[in-house]
Ligand binder design. Structure first.
Ligand code: UD1
Length: 420
């Protein structure tokens, strides 16, 4: 079991430049989309994180080949050897479910284990399944596997009861090869959904309403190759912006997409941080010595992302006053609170709200990472806690953050990975 040890310092100055990696949440559906064609898909700006390697392992299990050179990935799925995604792979990463629709649309059948993923609420996939059924798939659950079969999928009018990022991506991919028009209503508008739609358009898909709540897809009989750039990871960038807001050295973040960070930047500015949007996709953040409390409610894009909730909570433990953080996307997404309490934070959870009373000095302790973003929040807290913090079960962080220790150490933090 790997752990991360952080030598914290309440007066830490993080200073320097860090490059944001490509978006984990954008690359996973893009890899799944390569199943829709027998031509080459080249993806640039690939983040080298564990979830990407899990997705590539899954592609290999299906019998496909890929070539990864630095941050450049080429995949070509001429044929597949199996249309089955096994539990071993799917349980470590929920986004594996996204291969179901593309396999079904191109090869007519698919078997995918019911997913696992982050321990943040029940996270059903009913909307994915209902949508595929509306497109004409026959779906059953057998021995823990979702078994789907179809002739050519048929366009349909589908309304998502709830905005779902994965569900929208899944159905846009499947509808791209369906016969006739599909209208998807109440779609998630996250930049990662749009990035996928842009890839599909390059592949020959006919999609209207990219980035909007209603997306219309006119199915085509086949899709072709494409070269596509993955957008910068707005959650990684947001995490470094919080690191900058917590400290006062001044961090420059390159390879960002400021337009995707509007709500996060706004909240951090209200809390006192100075954030400048510079040329060439660069952001600069300097923290304030007097952090102001801020209430935050998570919601789907363009609202405040649930994936930034834990990190923002750490900042609020250092604000002078009380903040209320409301989580509306996932239930049970406050698992990091118990760990932050161990570091000395004053937080009370009541239903979907966390009441954070600041400012409390944090003191290093041993804590457990419960999910990907929780582990990022514990590292942030450890940075400004007095003494040593050990974050256990840190493999969660590797799912979505590329070289986090190296990046933070380059800014002046003292973090190391330990085994055992
Ligand atoms: C994606 C992101 C994840 C982020 C989340 C919300 C990826 C790989 N992961 O996850 O980092 O936290 O969006 O921004 O992109 N729901 C249903 N039924 C469904 C599908 C979803 O009820 O069939 C619910 C979920 O339980 C949740 C809400 O809808 O309450 C949003 O989930 P969704 O947007 O689907 O999240 P993911 O795509 O899994």
């Amino acid at each position: 079991m790997e752990k991360i040890r952080i030598f914290g310092n309440p007066n830490l100055l993080l200073k320097g430049k860090v490059r944001t990696s490509g978006s984990k949440n954008a690359v996973l559906p893009a890899i799944a989309a390569s199943l829709l064609t027998d031509e080459k898909i080249r993806l640039k700006n690939i983040p080298l994180v564990k979830d990407v390697f899990s997705m590539l392992k899954l592609m290999t299990e299906l019998g496909t080949e890929y070539h990864l050179k630095k941050n450049d990935l080429t995949i070509q799925v001429k044929k597949i050897l199996s249309e089955e995604a096994s539990y071993d792979l799917v349980r470590v990463m929920r986004a594996s479910i996204l291969v179901l629709g593309p396999l079904l649309a191109r090869f007519g059948k698919a078997m995918v284990a019911l997913p696992g993923g982050c321990a943040i609420g029940s996270r059903p996939i009913d909307l994915h399944i209902a949508g595929l059924q509306k497109l004409g798939a026959t779906i059953s659950l057998e021995h823990g596997y979702i078994k789907a079969e179809a002739g050519r999928l048929q366009g349909a009018d589908i309304r998502f009861d709830k905005k779902t990022v994965g569900g929208t991506e899944h159905l846009v991919m499947a509808a791209s090869l369906a016969r006739g028009e599909t209208v998807l209503r109440n779609c998630a508008q996250e930049p990662e959904v749009s990035n996928l739609c842009e890839l599909l358009v390059k592949m020959g898909a006919k999609i209207d309403g990219i980035g909007e709540e209603v997306i219309r897809v006119n199915g085509v009989s086949e899709l072709g190759g494409a070269v596509h750039e993955i957008i910068p990871d707005r959650i990684e960038a947001g995490t470094f912006l919080v690191a900058g807001a917590l400290t006062q050295g001044g961090i420059t973040l390159t390879n960002t997409e400021p337009a995707h960070l509007t709500t996060i930047i706004e909240k951090l500015r209200y809390s006192g941080a100075v954030i400048e949007i510079e040329k060439n996709k660069t952001l600069r953040v300097v923290g304030s010595s007097e952090i102001k409390p801020q209430d935050v409610t998570t919601s789907s894009y363009p609202g405040f992302p649930t994936d930034m909730q834990a990190q923002f909570m750490v900042l609020m433990t250092q604000a002078s006053g009380t903040s209320i953080i409301t989580e509306t996307i996932f239930d049970r997404r406050f698992l990091h609170v118990n760990e932050l309490l161990r570091l000395g934070a004053n937080i009370e959870v009541s239903g979907d709200k966390a009441i954070v009373r600041g400012k409390t000095p944090l003191s290093g302790a041993e804590v457990i990472a419960t999910d990907l973003r929780a582990s990022a929040s514990l590292i942030l807290a450890g940075l400004v806690a007095g003494g040593e913090t050990i974050v256990n079960e840190v493999e969660h962080i590797d799912r979505g953050y590329e070289a986090i220790e190296e990046k933070l150490n380059a800014l002046g933090a003292r973090i190391e990975r330990i085994r055992g």
